[in-house]
Design a protein around this ligand. Sequence first.
Ligand code: 3NM
Length: 520
Amino acid sequence: MSQAVDYSLYLVTDSTMIPESCTFLGQVEQAIDNGATIIQLREKSLSTLDFIERAEKVHELTKKRGIPLIINDRVDVALAIDAEGVHVGQDDMPAKLVRKLIGNDKILGVTCSVPSEVEAVIEEGIADYVGLGTVYKTETKKNVTDPEGTGPIGVRKMLQVLHRYNSIKENKRISSVAIGGINHSNADKVMYQCSIPGQAIDGVAVVSCIMANEDAGKATRELLVIIKSKPIWVNDTTDGRESDVRRVIAQLTESHPLVHHITNNVVKNFSANVTLAIGASPIMSELPAEYEEFASGIPNIGLLLNLGTPTDELMAVFKHAILVYNKYGKPIVFDPVACGATQARLERCRILLNTGQFTVIKGNVGEIMGIWKLTSSYKASDSDDSLMRGVDSVAKLTPEQIVEIGKKVSIDFKTMVVITGPENYMIQDDKAFVVPGGSKLMGLVTGSGCSLGSTIAAFLAAKADGKEMIGNSFDAFKAVVNAVRLYNTAGSEAATRSETPASFMIDFVDQLYKLTNGTS
Ligand code: 3NM
């Protein structure tokens, strides 16, 4: 039955949140008439008689449009009205028994919150789809496994399990929908981020964003457009290999981008000077109230998030900034400073990566290895081969191993990855590009790693709104390669003039200025 089912916009009903001016059936009818592809009737407090009456009425509506009606939990009600399927949670009747009662022709769905639950569903081999969640915190359902939400990272881990099964069971593939806290502001993100190579969710399941909406029809129509469209932050990139650094620099200086820094206390001054030297402007703001104005009003703006001196207050600021910059499709560069060092930092990275989509994640090998631990394909046993045993073993990684880890991060988080060190690796999906490091002296200047983030953000922000800045179209990967190339060229040039850190620091900023202004 499942192959004929369209799961893309799955409405789960809730009669407790209907606006005063609306009726339950009116809301469901509006949703069905405006494109909901499957309906689940979920009633937690109705008597059996009322449940059956309601189910019959909803079934009339779904039959008229030819879409399936799924009954939550109550197998008896589903059988009584001949509904198209049943959905059960982990505490409801075991799926195996439900299948026995409803037969093979009906749709059976099971809620899963962790990979082991997906494994159990697969083992039983009798479900048509799984509901994966809770993705984000929601008021609609209490007592969920993870009230803060698994985020797309958690969903991807469950999709890995599903993928292993689906790739060998073409004709009995299990579908999936994400559920929990999904609405118009994040549905594109959910569709984009809840996927791994070869396995994506088939749709989103929502309750409040339609049932509690005064105009359920419009809410459904708009949600459908959002889940079917490409998110605003997705850039089409081609190949970064072409050497057009001069042209890019010209565009950088012409467009005079702004780099909004939310960065650590140690490097603010240096990062601001680097940003100015390359012809961009720094804004150092930890005031969320002004972010909407920044991102909506300034065409050439980019955000740099640096986790160097984290606090709980700053986490709220980061999260707000991510949501706003994602909303307007502006680039975000994330520097997960020292995330491999403590669990607490890595957990904060997980939260931020679940909050939104980053254009670039930039870090040294240890930091990118920290992020690798969050990816869906990572298994604890992966680190047994001494990869994770401290700085020495990190230093012994071969370039191939570094690139391999970078690719895993890039693919899982659908982001570009920059790995810094004696060699700098720019990675996007399966594509990797190397730029030699600038100078050992850069390691003795505090902020020289962090300010590469400022430079990358400036190059990305240089894309003028509505204008094609580089060649035929904006190529974000090329811009990142050129940012890293410019930065390290300045480092190596400065090292030919200065042998000690303090004078090197001055020369380095001067070289950035000269290279950018064509006076070197
Ligand atoms: N099941 P909303 S979360 C019915 O995590 C349901 O299994 C969940 O409601 C789960 O779209 C949820 O309003 C409610 O956030 C989702």
